[in-house]
Write a protein that binds this ligand. Structure first.
Ligand code: FNR
Length: 346
C-alpha cells in the first residue's frame, strides 16, 4: 500500500467516522418546524422557479454539495464522484479543507480532480480561518475556484489534541475578504452561529455566511472517537442547530447573504431552511452516506428525485419563487418558541 501521511490518514478517518455515525442526531430540529397546509394554492408545478443566488452566481437549484474531503487517494475518488454529481445537476460544490495540499503538494491532485471532472461548474475552495492571503490565493488557483469558504471550527479544534489553541481569527478574516478576488463565504462546520457572531462578521464586511448548524455531522463526536480516551463526550451537544442559527440570523438577513447547512436529510429540510431565510442550502453527510452505501448511480437518482421533489413541495406551498417561501407562516415547537424568547428573536 502506498504510504500516506498523518494528515491524509486523518481525512480518511473523517470520512469513515462521518459515515459510521450517520445520521448523527436522532432529534433533528427541522422536525420542530411545520408549515400550514393550504388546500387551494392556485398554482401549477410548471410555474415553479427553483433558481437562487449563491455567492454571486445564479444557480438552478437551491442547494449545493458542501465541503467534505480531499487529501488522500481514497478521498480523491470520493471527490471525483461528488464532482460528477455536481456537474450532472449543476450544483455548486466545495472541496474539503485544502490546507493538507498546501503542506503536502503531492495531495493537490485529490482536490484538482474536482475541477477536472467539472470544468465549467461552480467550485468553492476551502481553508481554515488562520489561512494567509497567499495560501488562500494558492487554494483558489488550485481549483480555479469561483469562491472561497473559510471554515470556523472552534469546538473541533478544542477536542483535537493536535488542534489550534489560539483563536484570533477576525482580523485575518477581514484581511482575506479585502485581498481576495472571489467571494469569501465564512462557514461553520456543524456548530451553528449566533447573532453576535453574525454581527462580528458583518462589521468586518463579510457578505456571505454558511451557518453550518448542529443536527447532522458532528465534529465533536468524530474527533472524540479519534481520541484514545474519548474525554469530550460531554461536548457532543454543543452549538446551535441549523434552525436555531437561521432564527439567530433573522435580523441580519437583509444585510448578509445567509446559506444554511447541517443535518439536511431530504428536500423538505431544504424547503424549511429556505423558508427560514436561507438563500441556498448545503448538504454533506446525507450525500456522502448515499454514495458510500448505494454508489454513484443511486445517488444520482436520489439527487434527481430531490430536484423534482423541491418543485413539487414549492407547489404544495403555493410558492413560485424561492424567496416566496419566506412568506409562509411557520409553526415552531414549544422548545423552539422557548429558544426564540430567551434569545429575544423577533
Ligand atoms: C466535513 N465538513 C467540512 N467543512 C469544512 O469547511 N472543511 C472541511 O474540510 C470539512 N470536512 C468534512 C469532512 C466530512 C467527512 C464531512 C461529512 C464534513 C463539514 C461540512 O461541510 C458541513 O458543515 C457539516 O458536515 C454539516 O453538514 P451535514 O454533514 O450535516 O450535511
Amino acid at each position: 500500500m502506498a504510504h500516506i501521511s498523518a494528515h491524509a490518514h486523518r481525512k480518511d478517518e473523517h470520512v469513515f467516522l462521518a459515515e459510521k455515525n450517520y445520521p448523527q442526531t436522532q432529534n433533528n430540529d427541522f422536525d420542530q418546524v411545520r408549515f400550514i397546509h393550504q388546500s387551494l394554492p392556485e398554482i401549477a408545478v410548471d410555474e415553479v422557479d427553483l433558481t437562487t443566488n449563491f455567492a454571486g452566481q445564479k444557480i438552478p437549484f437551491p442547494f449545493y454539495i458542501n465541503a467534505m474531503t480531499g487529501g488522500s487517494p481514497r478521498t480523491q475518488r470520493l471527490n471525483q464522484q461528488l464532482a460528477t454529481l455536481a456537474k450532472r445537476f449543476s450544483l455548486p460544490m466545495a472541496t474539503g479543507s485544502q490546507s493538507v495540499a498546501l503542506k503536502e503538494p503531492t495531495t493537490a491532485a485529490s482536490f484538482q480532480i474536482v475541477r477536472q471532472a467539472n470544468p465549467h461548474g461552480m467550485i468553492l475552495a476551502n481553508l481554515g480561518a488562520d489561512a494567509t492571503v497567499t495560501q488562500a490565493q494558492h487554494a483558489i488557483a488550485m481549483l480555479k475556484a469561483d469562491a472561497l469558504q473559510i471554515h470556523l471550527n472552534l469546538p473541533q479544534e478544542i477536542v483535537m489534541p493536535e488542534g489550534q489553541r489560539r483563536f484570533y481569527w477576525l482580523t485575518n478574516l477581514a484581511k482575506l475578504k479585502t485581498a481576495l478576488p472571489v467571494p469569501v463565504i465564512v462557514k461553520e462546520v456543524g456548530f451553528g452561529m449566533s447573532q453576535e457572531t453574525l454581527q462580528q462578521l458583518r462589521s468586518i464586511g463579510i457578505e456571505h455566511v454558511d451557518l453550518g448548524g448542529r443536527g447532522g455531522t458532528n465534529f465533536v463526536t468524530i474527533e472524540n472517537q479519534r481520541r484514545r480516551f474519548k474525554e469530550f463526550n460531554y461536548l457532543e451537544n454543543w452549538g446551535q442547530s441549523t434552525v436555531e442559527s437561521l432564527l439567530e440570523s433573522r435580523a441580519m438577513q437583509a444585510d448578509l447573504n445567509i446559506y444554511a447547512s447541517g443535518g439536511v436529510r431530504q428536500p423538505l429540510d431544504i424547503i424549511k431552511a429556505l423558508a427560514l431565510g436561507a438563500q441556498a442550502v448545503g448538504v454533506s453527510g446525507t450525500i456522502l452516506h448515499s454514495l458510500q452505501k448505494n454508489g454513484l448511480d443511486a445517488t444520482s437518482q436520489l439527487l434527481q428525485a430531490w430536484c423534482q421533489q423541491l418543485k413539487l413541495l414549492m407547489a404544495l406551498l403555493g410558492c413560485r419563487q424561492v424567496k416566496a417561501l419566506t412568506h409562509c407562516q411557520l409553526i415552531f415547537s414549544p422548545e423552539l418558541m422557548n429558544y426564540i424568547h430567551q434569545r429575544h428573536i423577533k
